[in-house]
Write a protein that binds this ligand. Structure first.
Ligand SMILES: [Mg+2]
Length: 149
């Protein structure tokens, strides 16, 4: 099954004291989540940071959010397992509706939600909100871990 991943508000959160500067921090349990997600699913990006099929900017953003060190290297090697996508106007244009999928995102655009509805796949969107709940990825792993691959 394919798992589409948003970045901002889903894997990275606007962090504590840095909020006013717009700085990002990793969600809690980011590395175990990425390990589990890339082991379990065929993962693809669905983020406004790479609508052109390039993942360099995404990987740089995570490095900056995590800071230098082994953790950033370990996360980066997991990020490399996520496929880039292309979409011209809204995220759901990159979704392959011929394949079962799940999509983790804090705030899909209305056009994307309409497209899911057209295809009868509204339930494939799993809302995540690490800005409000920094450990929300643990909940997602628990919920999806009970389902089939
Ligand atoms: Mg987002």
């Amino acid at each position: 099954m394919r798992l589409y991943l948003d970045v901002d508000g889903t894997l990275l959160r606007r962090g504590g004291h840095a909020r006013l500067r717009g700085d990002l921090a990793p969600a809690f349990n980011l590395r175990p989540f990425l390990q589990w997600a890339t082991d379990t699913y065929d993962c693809a990006w669905l983020t406004s940071r790479n609508r052109d099929g390039c993942n360099k900017a995404i990987r740089a953003t995570f490095r900056q959010a995590i800071g230098p060190g082994d953790e950033a290297d370990a996360v980066d090697s997991l990020l490399a397992r996520v496929s880039p996508t292309c979409w011209p106007e809204y995220k759901a244009q990159a979704i392959d509706f011929t394949t079962p999928f799940l999509w983790l995102d804090d705030a899909p655009e209305e056009e994307s939600l309409a497209r899911l509805e057209q295809h009868g796949t509204t339930a494939s969107w799993i809302p995540v909100a690490v800005d409000q709940r920094p450990d929300d990825l643990s909940r997602v792993m628990e919920v999806l871990g009970k389902g089939a691959k």
